[in-house]
Design a protein around this ligand. Structure first.
Ligand SMILES: C[S@@+](CC[C@H](N)C(=O)[O-])C[C@H]1O[C@@H](n2cnc3c(N)ncnc32)[C@H](O)[C@@H]1O
Length: 115
């Protein structure tokens, strides 16, 4: 599946667009939060949260997606930390985040149980 996402994100166009997810935008998320974005893909949600004034880390196992996340962040004048990792193996250290989001993050049972 990782190869699938790398191939999908190799296109110039952003697969899910440049705008953050509507549900996420409808939430009253403030600034100054330490936020972890799971399976963030090309960065539309993480960049949105960074533009609100948050400290954002985006995790995905697709390096191609994270490269586009870095580009989108730069274009928007914000910084996000990108971590290339498989969420089925990563230790999220849940207590160290103010907020953890996962938009369109569909995982097999084994990954869900690990998270
Ligand atoms: C449907 S896309 C959603 C992307 C992004 N959250 C958004 O809303 O635009 C699903 C994402 O999950 C990532 N993903 C799937 N399984 C993963 C895993 N085990 N570890 C890390 N990322 C994973 C894929 O690389 C892909 O970027």
């Amino acid at each position: 599946m990782k190869e699938f996402w790398n191939e999908r994100y190799s296109e110039a166009q952003y697969a899910y667009g440049l705008e953050a997810n509507d549900f996420l935008k409808a939430q009253q998320i403030g600034s100054g939060l330490k936020i972890l974005c799971l399976a963030e893909g090309e960065g539309r949600n993480g960049v949105y949260l960074a533009k609100l004034g948050n400290e954002v880390t985006c995790v995905d196992y697709s390096e191609a997606g994270l490269e586009k996340t870095r580009t989108l962040a730069k274009q928007n004048g914000v910084e996000v930390t990108c971590v290339c990792a498989d969420l089925g193996q990563m230790n999220l250290q849940a207590a160290s985040w103010d907020l953890i989001i996962g938009i369109f993050a569909h995982f097999p049972k084994s990954v869900k149980e690990h998270i």
